[in-house]
Design a protein around this ligand. Structure first.
Ligand SMILES: Nc1nc2c(ncn2[C@@H]2O[C@H](COP(=O)(O)OP(=O)(O)OP(=O)(O)O)[C@@H](O)[C@H]2O)c(=O)[nH]1
Ligand SMILES: [Mg+2]
Length: 305
């Protein structure tokens, strides 16, 4: 256990909500570092990742979760199951709602899941920068308040940094007294090879159009420091489900793969704080999303429940 001054607070906060409301963006912003993948496409997040915010007197451990939605496939059901399971394992819940498109069918689904949970809920009404004119926000806040009368509702913008200090003050009130769970310099519970795989997957989500990113999984095959050089060698494989998808990921003359590689490398260098050589491969793993062994291998299958 890590030493802490008297009155130190620390705890686990599940960040939940429907897909694309900005859960992962908010966590990166609060933690002050890219720890989870973000993209304009829904269902970007696939696993539970902790983003850790540490100060002198408290440590907030945010558990990012996949967006809750009406899931039909095995793969999507696993993601929603994980989000739901997380609700029961934390000190309290941060429910994120998109203020520019609030209280959809999927938000009601989240509401239903929260009904069985006994821990407190804080509601962050995100993307207020998109609500114009500002007066239109008031009725949205009221509707959210009615949805969970016991919850504090905090209007925020994760991208613009609006009200994030206020949100943190509110969260701090619910944080229990405890010593820190992570050393102060650690921003996530993920080992570096998983952080790297997520950065590559994020670039695929950003750069490749349509449905193809959903068929992509990324594994880092090798990651080691090159002796005598300030350089980390990384070899990673991008898995897709079909040959046609492989062609699109590679692109004409290899151009798409090159862009993915360049953008991923730059970000990996920022996160690791060293120069990086990134070798990327593309392989077909037929219908991996329907294959339990593959889901397990890619880390997307819950062990129990
Ligand atoms: N305008 C605006 N856009 C935002 C804000 N927060 C997030 N976004 C955008 O919303 C999109 C989705 O953000 P994510 O953080 O990936 O959303 P998520 O809730 O984690 O989504 P899933 O992982 O798919 O469940 C991205 O394009 C973000 O840039 C905000 O405060 N304002
Ligand atoms: Mg996410």
């Amino acid at each position: 256990m890590i030493d802490a001054p008297p009155g130190h607070k620390a705890g686990f906060i599940a960040v939940v909500g429907r897909p694309n409301v900005g859960k992962s963006t908010l966590i990166n912003r609060v933690v002050g570092q890219k720890v989870v993948a973000v993209s304009p496409k829904p269902q970007t997040t696939r696993n539970r990742v902790a983003g850790v915010r540490t100060t002198q007197s408290y440590q907030m451990i945010f558990l990012d979760t996949p967006g809750i939605h009406h899931a039909e496939t095995l793969f999507n059901r696993e993601m929603v199951k994980l989000a739901r399971k997380t609700l029961a394992e934390v000190d309290f819940i941060l429910w994120v709602i998109d203020a520019s498109n609030p209280l959809s069918d999927e938000d009601q689904l989240v509401r239903g899941y929260l009904e069985d949970i006994k821990v407190p809920v804080v509601l962050a009404l995100n993307k207020v920068d998109l609500v114009k004119p500002k007066q239109r926000l008031l009725p949205v806040i009221e509707r959210c308040q009615k949805l969970v009368p016991s919850a504090e509702v905090v209007p925020i913008s994760a991208t613009e940094g609006v009200n994030l200090n206020l949100l943190e003050e509110v969260l701090l009130r619910y944080l229990p007294e405890a010593p820190p769970f992570f050393p102060p310099e650690q921003a996530t519970d993920q080992p570096p090879h998983l952080v790297v795989a997520e950065i590559i997957r994020e670039k695929v989500f950003e750069l490749v159009h349509q449905e193809i990113p959903y068929a992509v999984a990324v594994r880092v095959d090798e990651m080691e420091e090159r002796p005598g050089a300030d350089l980390v060698d990384i070899q990673a494989t991008i898995y897709v489900e079909r040959d046609s998808q492989k062609g699109i990921i590679i692109g004409e003359g290899g151009r798409m793969l090159k862009r993915i590689g360049q953008q991923a490398r730059q970000e990996i260098e920022r996160v690791l704080g060293t120069r990086v050589y990134l070798g990327l491969w593309v392989k077909v793993h037929k219908a991996w999303r329907k294959n339990e062994d593959a889901l397990r291998r890619f880390g997307y299958l819950l062990k129990s429940g």
